[in-house]
Write a protein that binds this ligand. Structure first.
Ligand code: NAP
Length: 296
């Protein structure tokens, strides 16, 4: 089968398609025939060496939608099941940017019925990250939250999930994104160099760091998206960063929200797997609204 890998770090052209043997699922694992796989900022980070692993061949891709085509013992899944999953890891030998991928059974959920595989493949990493970040903030209904990067993949899901919890969301995004983030459930929109006002918490998906921390009231909470790179706590603000965890049960809940129309999957463009270098180059240009998705 084909797989996108990086053997020496660099720009988009560092990504190669190689032929490898089909991976076999072990106990409590499944193999998924990939129908579609999201391309995320973390893949660009791995490609560029931001997560280490020099000297190893690293597989790319975390998000997958596809069909189970082999199962290990006690996987709980059957060949033919249509699924989505998160293939966690910055230093894995093979990822979801491939014809097939093996994942732990506990990372898998039944695919949404209401969207196609391309849209479903944009869900796992970023919806789980948004949900787990909100869990970490633990906001009660009626509390206020600033989401930075609210038009992005993590930020957009966070706006929808927080609004659904009854949290008042202020969305910080680019000038042209007001309509989008309001449609996702934001009460207030801010952009550019607006003077901070006080919110109970910030989810900092745009990685503004100390600038975002300024918005949090004394004793509030700050949740970043880069573990180990939080701004230093001030004024009693609790600071932390989400590190996404594979969780098939939680992913099932998010799939249900997609099927209810409560969570919106957004796809910018699709690329054939063989065009993976072009897709990385497009991601590097920035300014995307919606995910890039690879189709084998
Ligand atoms: N810790 C974890 O487990 C985890 C999991 C998933 C993602 N992440 C990280 O989370 C971050 C966000 O990921 P993503 O997939 O949501 O990225 P994304 O889709 O590119 O979204 C980022 C958004 O922030 C916007 N933005 C950046 N700077 C801004 C500013 N100063 N003002 C207003 N908007 C601004 C971007 O706009 P432009 O496109 O116009 O710049 C974009 O809309 C990435 O660094 C990713 O690696 C971490």
């Amino acid at each position: 089968m084909r797989a996108a890998v990086v053997s020496s770090f660099g720009g988009p052209e560092a990504v190669e398609i190689v032929e490898v043997a089909s991976p076999e699922p072990g106990a409590r694992q499944v193999r998924i025939k990939v129908s579609a796989a999201g391309l995320n900022p973390v893949d660009a980070g791995v490609r560029a060496g931001g997560f280490g692993g020099a000297g190893k061949r690293l597989g790319l891709g975390w998000d997958v939608a596809g069909v189970v085509d082999a199962v290990g013992v006690a996987s709980g899944w059957s060949v033919g099941d249509e699924v989505v999953a998160l293939a966690y890891g910055t230093a894995k030998p093979l990822g979801t940017h491939a014809d097939q991928v093996v994942v732990d059974a506990g990372a898998v959920a039944v695919a949404p019925r209401s969207v196609d595989a391309v849209h479903a493949a944009s869900l796992p990493l970023n919806a789980l990250t948004a949900a787990q970040a909100l869990d970490g903030l633990g906001l009660e209904p009626g509390r206020s939250l600033l989401v930075t990067g609210a038009a992005g993949a993590v930020g957009g899901y966070a706006v929808q999930l927080a609004a659904r919890l009854g949290v008042h969301v202020t969305a910080l995004a680019r000038e042209g994104d007001e309509e989008l983030v309001r449609s996702l459930g934001a009460d207030r929109f801010v952009s550019g160099g607006v003077a901070p006002v006080s919110v109970d918490a910030v989810l900092d998906a745009a990685i503004l760091g100390e600038d975002a921390l300024e918005w949090v009231r004394d004793g509030g909470a700050f949740m970043g998206v880069i573990p180990g790179a939080n701004p230093v706590s001030v004024r009693g603000v609790r600071t932390g960063a989400v590190e996404v965890a594979a969780d098939g049960a939680r992913l099932s809940e998010l799939v249900a929200l997609v099927d209810e129309g409560a969570l919106t999957t957004r796809v910018a463009e699709t690329y054939a797997l063989d065009e993976v270098v072009k897709a990385h180059a497009r991601l590097a240009e920035g300014g995307l609204r919606g995910r890039l998705v690879l189709v084998p």
